[in-house]
Design a protein around this ligand. Structure first.
Ligand code: ADP
Ligand code: MG
Length: 264
């Protein structure tokens, strides 16, 4: 499971750990005390009905959202928490930027920059955000685009690609940052069924490489096939969680049974 160049110590510390997270939009509490651990090399799937808080939780992980209470730790280092009540410790911008660059997010709508070629899209952040050498990044970007099966699309514009190809480009872009973990928010939901499979294959390949990933998905087969751990979120709380064979094969709660019978 573990990559050989990590010390045993580093391997036992989760890449992402969330403890007792609360998040509200105004008076609407959306995440109500969620704890979640993503150990190195594990794939965590987040499932649940629309509006249950999956995207919000993912955005909190990536510090795209502020939270009111709880702790978020990356590699064992706490990045942000609240003190007593709602008083917030001023976030250290450099620390937040460092943590964010260690997590790459892939969205439902791909979000490629339409005015850049596919290669430029993949190269942009490592060059401008991380300040990496352009030639090094270009070599890596070309390699990653080949890996996701669109090595011949480097000079194409996003609009010239199918949805499945655009999403694979977005995954290559996320990988080019060499992140500690990948976060996916319904990566296949915007795609036709046959294009979904192209993206599913890439995600399965990444899981086989033991990449640390948190995947929000409506694709229960994908969740079943790639996950080490499945979390069922209901109205902002974890209703049930466990290994996929238990969550899908022997659901304990009525809510999960209902959800699965409606989606599978
Ligand atoms: P999911 O991804 O599981 O469908 P979301 O995390 O998107 O759920 O949303 C959870 C709840 O938070 C919903 O009730 C949604 O309307 C609300 N919500 C999400 N984003 C915002 C926002 N920016 N402002 C206010 N409410 C929001
Ligand atoms: Mg969502």
């Amino acid at each position: 499971m573990d990559s050989p160049n990590q010390t045993p110590d580093a391997d036992t510390v989760p890449v992402i750990e969330i403890r007792g997270l609360h998040k509200a939009y105004g008076s609407l509490e959306v995440i109500k005390g969620v704890s979640l651990t993503a150990p190195r090399g594990h794939v965590i799937s987040l499932i649940g009905s629309s509006g249950s808080g999956k995207s919000t939780l993912l955005r909190c992980c990536n510090l795209l959202e502020d939270s009111q209470q709880g702790e978020i730790l990356f590699d064992g280092e706490a990045v942000r928490w609240t003190g007593q009540g709602l008083e917030r410790r001023p976030a250290d911008r450099a620390q937040v930027t460092r943590f964010r660059t260690n997590l790459s997010m892939v969205f439902q709508q791909f979000n490629l920059w339409s005015h850049m070629t596919i290669l430029q899209n993949v190269m942009e952040a490592p060059v401008t955000v991380l300040g990496e050498d352009r030639a090094t990044v270009e070599a890596r970007a070309r390699e990653l685009l080949a890996k996701v099966g669109i090595g011949d699309k480097c000079e194409a514009w996003p609009a010239q690609l199918s949805g499945g190809q655009q999403q694979r480009a977005a995954i290559a872009r996320a990988l080019c940052m060499q992140p500690r973990a990948l976060l996916f928010d319904e990566p296949t939901s915007a795609l036709d069924p046959e294009l979904q499979q192209e993206v599913v294959k890439v995600i399965k390949d990444l899981a086989a490489e033991h990449r640390t990933m948190i995947i929000v998905t409506h694709d229960m087969r994908l969740a079943n096939d790639v996950s080490d751990h499945v979390v069922f979120l209901h109205q902002g709380v974890i209703c049930e969680e466990g290994p996929p064979d238990r969550v899908f094969g022997a659901p304990q709660s009525d809510r999960l049974r209902q959800f699965l019978s409606a989606t599978m």
